[in-house]
Design a protein around this ligand. Structure first.
Ligand code: ADP
Length: 395
């Protein structure tokens, strides 16, 4: 069975074609500058990169199908070999706690969630409609970033604000990166060969979030109503006292939207360091630039504090997992997060941490809780959910 995974943004569209029978990625790529001019980078039979006019997302999907089926770059003989399509959808609100087969009612429900993710759900919907236009009749499945966290109990997802805002306006904590937290916590249980685990998962990339996963279910996470809450990130502030917003509006004569833009795009380690949002640049400047050092220390301090809080929420931590760009690749940052966590039974093995490659256990043999590095694979989760749901629907 061949599954096409689509992640549609406002002007970009990432894709991967999976052969689920061999468990391999046949081709992948990205269309960029959709609606502006159009550019594609494709890795298939042969790598291919070109300017390709794309007026809208349907043009981009047509370009992808062309690349997947052409004699030069292609990996399949025709569009008919694509059995199902899986879409990453950012926000499913309280309407979706798992992946679903897309039909008219599901599209309406995703539309209902647009106010909760005004920048993300509309392009996701455009991607779904573009696939329907270019490949009519092929089953499509939606996999939501928020779905995994729908198991959080009320005490974790409610804000302490008038209850009416929750009931009427759906103001609550939703959490993001659910597909990644789900994948790495499942892998941790498999690697350790145990069930009933209390796992804290640290997804540290451009955006960062930490989650508490107890026996396979998310019970709390650091991100909230939007991805702005929680630990500081590349350019996002993470949690701050909301009174700062009004203070900045008055003192700097800014609108609420302008302050939120600053908190989303000019804050985090970029704002503190003044150097970069990329952690590699901060590490390069660590010795010579005090503010770069401050930014790294602030980031790792908050991640560590959140790990402790989420372990307390579960009454323990059997495994701590690092994933995403920073978590998978950087031993220094992992080391900074883990320093001082031996009191709660998590002791890092410096050597294993330094040499970790791919899925690895990096705690000392006598550490009560295990520390792991697990590369995330959100596309694989989308492909597997899509296969399961599409097979059920055609049976
Ligand atoms: P996204 O959240 O967009 O999926 P990634 O998970 O790929 O992003 O993370 C990208 C970030 O990971 C980059 O901004 C960079 O800061 C960080 N990163 C990647 N490799 C390293 C590394 N070796 N050391 C430190 N940070 C890294």
């Amino acid at each position: 069975m061949r599954i096409l995974v689509i992640n549609a943004g406002s002007s970009s569209l990432k894709y991967q074609l999976f052969d689920m029978d061999c468990g391999t990625v046949l081709a992948k790529g990205i269309c960029e500058r959709i609606g502006i001019d159009g550019r594609v980078k494709h890795q298939g039979k042969t790598p291919y990169e070109a300017e390709l006019p794309m007026g809208n997302h349907a043009d981009a999907i047509r370009a992808v199908v062309g690349l997947l089926t052409s004699p030069e770059t292609g990996v399949i003989a025709g569009m008919g070999e694509i059995d199902a399509i899986g879409h990453r959808v950012v926000h499913g609100g309280e309407l979706f706690s798992e992946s679903v087969l897309i039909d008219a009612a599901v599209i309406r429900a995703i539309e209902e969630c647009v106010p909760l993710a005004p920048l993300h759900n509309p392009p996701n919907l455009i991607g779904i409609r573009a696939c329907e236009e270019v490949m009519p009749g092929v089953p499509q499945v939606a996999v939501f970033d928020t779905a995994f966290h729908q198991t959080m109990p009320e005490r974790a997802y409610l804000y302490a604000v008038p209850y009416d805002y929750y009931e009427r306006l759906k103001v609550r904590r939703y959490g993001v990166h659910g597909t990644s937290h789900r994948y790495v916590s499942e892998r941790a249980a498999k690697i350790l060969g145990r069930t009933g685990l209390k796992v804290v998962t640290c997804h540290m990339g451009n955006g960062s979030s930490v989650a508490a996963v107890s026996d396979g279910a998310s019970v709390d996470t650091s991100m909230g109503f939007t991805p702005l809450e929680g630990v500081p990130m590349g350019t996002r502030s993470g949690s701050i006292d909301p009174a700062v917003i009004e203070y900045l509006m008055k003192r700097e004569n800014l609108s609420a939207a302008q302050v939120l833009d600053i908190l989303n795009k000019k804050s985090g380690v970029l704002g503190v360091s003044g150097v970069s949002s990329d952690f590699r640049d901060l590490l390069a400047a660590f010795e010579t630039n005090r503010r770069a050092r401050n930014a790294l220390e602030l980031f790792t301090y908050h991640v560590k504090k959140t790990v402790g809080a989420l372990a307390a929420a579960m009454g323990g931590c059997d495994a701590l997992v690092f994933t995403a760009g920073i978590g998978e690749n950087n031993p220094v940052i992992r080391g900074m997060v883990c320093s001082g966590l031996s009191f709660m039974g998590l002791t890092l093995d410096e050597e294993l941490n330094k040499t970790a490659k791919g899925e690895s256990v990096i705690s000392t043999p006598d550490s009560r809780g295990k520390i792991l590095v697990i590369p995330t694979n959100e596309e694989l989760v989308i492909a597997e959910d899509t296969r399961r749901i599409a097979e059920k629907s055609t049976r």
